[in-house]
Design a binder for this molecule. Sequence first.
Ligand SMILES: [Zn+2]
Length: 113
Amino acid sequence: MTAKKVKRTPEQGERAMVEGILEGSPDAVGVAVIRLNCGCRKMAAVNIDGEPASKIIMYRDQAETICEQCKEDNGDYMRVTEQFIHWNTPEPDTEKKKTISAKVLGTTEELPQ
Ligand SMILES: [Zn+2]
């Protein structure tokens, strides 16, 4: 049986965006991904110092534009459901990752090993 129609998930779309951002940002060690409760995403490349290495990109998977809510509040942090950094390879060491995460996402949570 051959399944010709591969279902495309929002995560695949997200992944493709991350790859695109990394390609366009030579200084990036990773991409901060912020998922909003409306389904839109906010992303920005970060450099080794935890500074932005690209513009903040907002997008909605398989849609022309972001949703009305996001246009209004620009993806308010109150609506964030999940945020993490997708690290480029080779990844920075754990300590560095912690520092960058704290700076970028404002969290001191332990990173999964
Ligand atoms: Zn939205």
